[in-house]
Structures are given as structure tokens and as C-alpha cells.
Write a protein that binds this ligand. Structure first.
Ligand SMILES: Cc1cc2nc3c(=O)[nH]c(=O)nc-3n(C[C@H](O)[C@H](O)[C@H](O)COP(=O)(O)O)c2cc1C
Length: 204
């Protein structure tokens, strides 16, 4: 049985354009994976706290020396990481806010990047430990960037760092330019979703 983890990061929760595109993909994916499991984590509804010195110290403390508060911080991070580990497919709804990722997603990233847990250092550099998963990103923007933007580069770099190398971006751009541009941007994304959820694409 396959497991899909859907991460919604829009301020508008399920009402965000990125969440809706992610939903469309997940509906198509489910049709080809009967009996599969879908887990939804909504960072607007259930935000991850900002990383603080105290929280980071909890990650670094030796397990046997952690205080109860530190254990709670690590348990929370472990829960987020276990959810990722159990997923075969990860779906990320990704709006662009002020040229970057939603701050809720950055806080989430700060809680899943753990040395010795999701990556490790070797003589040849860092190695990611979350391997063998496919990631689909549904990126929505008011403007048009065509992949040449720092948000795309950052998200790809971060996922690759954790070992998530197979990352497919679908863009819906121009959503704030006007109604025609918005409809065209969404329609292009929907064509890509239909292509990606065609049974022959999912079997590949
Ligand atoms: C606070 C805020 C900041 C935004 N900043 C940008 C931006 O820097 N560049 C851009 O192209 N669009 C920007 N937009 C437009 C959003 O990317 C667009 O509305 C997109 O649909 C948001 O995805 P969502 O509906 O899933 O939240 C911004 C929107 C908001 C609400």
C-alpha cells in the first residue's frame, strides 16, 4: 500500500490555489492507487513553531541528557520526520509570498533538517537520508518567473539536501495579473496535473 503525504502551506489553508492544485493531483493519484493512504498536513491550520536557540539545543543534546521540555521538542520533530519517512510520495502546495516560501514552510523545514536523522556529514560532504521518494510541487504565484526564481532553487536545494532528488514542479503563474492570465495559468497547471496523473505516467 502506497502512502502519500500532502503538505499545504497556503495562508488560506484548503482555499489556497496551491492547495486546490495539490488536491486535484491527489484525487488523480488516488484513482490509480486504490486502498492507498493519504495524510494531509496543513501548516496554516497547524503551524510549526519558529526554530529558537532552545529548540535547536534540544536537537543537539544527547538523548539521555535531554530535559522533559527538550524531549517534547525532539518528539515533535521526530513525528514530522516519521510522517515523511513513511510517505512514498510527497505533494507540496507552494505559494510564493514576498519572493520566497511561506514562513510556515521555512519553520517546518527547520524542524525536519536534523543531522544524523535526515542528513549526515561525510568526508565527501553532506548526504541526505530520505531517499526513494517522489516529490510533486504545486507552485502558485501572482507574477511570472518560469522557474528562474530563488524560491524554486531554494526548495529544490533543500529537498535534495535531505536526499529527495526526484522533484517535479508544476507552476500556476500570473495569478495576480488579471482574470484571463489567472485562468490561463491555472489551466496550464491543470493540463500538467492530468499528464502527471495519467496511469502510464504514474506507472513509470
Ligand atoms: C502576502 C503575499 C505575498 C505575495 N508575494 C508574492 C510575490 O512575491 N510574488 C508573486 O509573484 N506573487 C506574490 N503573491 C501572490 C501569490 O503568490 C498568489 O496569490 C498565489 O496564488 C498564492 O498561493 P495560495 O493561493 O496557494 O496562497 C503574494 C500573495 C500574498 C498573499
Amino acid at each position: 500500500m502506497s502512502t502519500l503525504l500532502q503538505l499545504n502551506t497556503s495562508l488560506f489553508s484548503t482555499g489556497g490555489q496551491s492547495s486546490k492544485l495539490a488536491d486535484e493531483f491527489v484525487a488523480g493519484w488516488r484513482a490509480s492507487h486504490p486502498g492507498s493512504k493519504v495524510i494531509v498536513r496543513d501548516l496554516a491550520h497547524d503551524p510549526v513553531p519558529h526554530l529558537s536557540a532552545e529548540r535547536f539545543q534540544a536537537f543537539l543534546a544527547k538523548p539521555e541528557e535531554r530535559t522533559p521540555d527538550q524531549r517534547a521538542v525532539v518528539d515533535y520533530s521526530d513525528t514530522l520526520i516519521d510522517e515523511l519517512r513513511r510517505a512514498d510520495v510527497i505533494v507540496l502546495g507552494l505559494p510564493m509570498y514576498n519572493f520566497g516560501v511561506p514562513s510556515t514552510l521555512k519553520a517546518y523545514f527547520d524542524h525536519i533538517a536534523r543531522v544524523g536523522v535526515t542528513f549526515r556529514y561525510t568526508e565527501k560532504g553532506p548526504v541526505g537520508l530520505l531517499n526513494g521518494k517522489k516529490v510533486y510541487v504545486f507552485a502558485t504565484r501572482g507574477g511570472v518567473y518560469q522557474g528562474a526564481d530563488s524560491e524554486t532553487a531554494f526548495v529544490r536545494q533543500f529537498l535534495n539536501f535531505l536526499g529527495l532528488a526526484d522533484v517535479e514542479f508544476v507552476y500556476a503563474e500570473g495569478l495576480a495579473i488579471g482574470d484571463a492570465a489567472k485562468q490561463a495559468g491555472l489551466a496550464r497547471a491543470q493540463v500538467a496535473i492530468r499528464r502527471l496523473t495519467a496511469p502510464e505516467a504514474l506507472a513509470a
